[in-house]
Design a protein around this ligand. Structure first.
Ligand SMILES: [Zn+2]
Ligand SMILES: [Zn+2]
Length: 145
């Protein structure tokens, strides 16, 4: 990581600790929001992911019943990260956010494929997929976070 990025995150952390006194920011091995109020960050890494996790806290929705809702939540957290970048005068990287979302999209697509006949299934309210062709059903394999 370039040093400037590390400094950007350190400066940001100082600001966030002031602006969100109820939150606990702690360093760890990956970026993660632990509800209700803990945000874990990686030392010397990426302020965009830090703001994304803060975005998860701010949108206040962690539960989902369908894989597609997870994609909506992820996308909302990135929209928040973009707002926060503007607020803290940091550069937002649209293509980075899109590439993160793409990996979710790929996974959702993979989840939706029938293990029997590879047709696209549809998902019910309980993260179970059903194949309209052969009638197979299977669980959404995506694990949150
Ligand atoms: Zn996320
Ligand atoms: Zn099938």
């Amino acid at each position: 990581m370039p040093k400037s990025k590390k400094n950007a995150q350190n400066n940001l952390l100082a600001r966030l600790r002031q602006d969100y006194p109820d939150l606990t920011f702690m360093s760890g091995d990956r970026y993660l929001f632990h509800p209700p109020t803990t945000i874990q960050y990686v030392d010397a890494d990426d302020y965009l992911l830090l703001l994304h996790e803060l975005g998860h806290y701010l949108i206040g929705q962690n539960d989902y019943n369908q894989d597609v809702e997870l994609l909506q939540i992820e996308s909302a957290a990135w929209a928040k990260a973009k707002e926060l970048c503007a607020k803290y005068h940091l550069t937002f990287d649209e293509s980075y956010a899109e590439s993160r979302l793409d990996s979710y999209r790929d996974l959702l697509h993979y989840n939706s494929l029938c293990p029997n006949c590879s047709l696209n299934g549809y998902e019910d309210e309980h993260q179970t997929y059903h194949c309209p062709l052969c009638g197979a059903s299977w669980q959404g394999k995506y694990q949150a976070k």
